[in-house]
Design a protein around this ligand. Structure first.
Ligand code: SF4
Ligand code: SF4
Length: 140
């Protein structure tokens, strides 16, 4: 009983073990697998990262010329690190020990996903036609 009373008094004056989140940021444990940082200058645009990403947090949008533009949604990302493991070029994708900031406005991700799907279809269709020009002529 006496020990319990002492412990209760100690607890009353000790610093709480919990964090007052979100008023205070939650401390990140060392070695935490956080956000993905991308370096476009090293990328070979193989899209392996997009293929392996479980929640679809990486999407490439194709231009009419067939160039690909990387898009990343830190709020969809589950920080699994699969994209980093799949990337054949060292240093293009790096996983840092930071979580997504609580309030950042992203471009409309639904539109990006739609554009990624449609632009890829357009690109593949153009590529198919350029590889089989005779097929196009015979079907007309
Ligand atoms: S860490 Fe995982 S979820 Fe996040 S972008 Fe890479 S593969 Fe996708
Ligand atoms: S896997 Fe690496 S090299 Fe390939 S597109 Fe993704 S970031 Fe670029």
């Amino acid at each position: 009983m006496k020990e319990m009373l002492i412990q209760t008094i100690k607890n009353l004056f000790s610093k709480p073990e919990t964090v007052n989140y979100p008023a205070e940021p939650s401390p990140t444990p060392p070695g935490y697998r956080g956000l993905i940082v991308y370096d476009e200058s090293l990328c070979i645009f193989c899209t392996k990262c997009e293929i392996v990403c479980p929640p679809g947090a990486i999407r490439f949008v194709y231009t009419d010329e067939g160039e690909k533009k990387y898009n990343y949604n830190p709020y969809l990302c589950i920080y699994c690190g699969e994209c980093v493991r799949a990337c054949p070029k060292a240093g293009v994708l790096v996983q840092v020990e930071e979580t997504a900031p609580p309030e950042v406005s992203l471009p409309d991700w639904d539109s990006i996903e739609r554009e990624a799907d449609e632009s890829k279809k357009r690109f593949l269709s153009r590529k198919k036609k350029s590889l089989n020009p005779s097929k196009k002529r015979t079907s007309q």
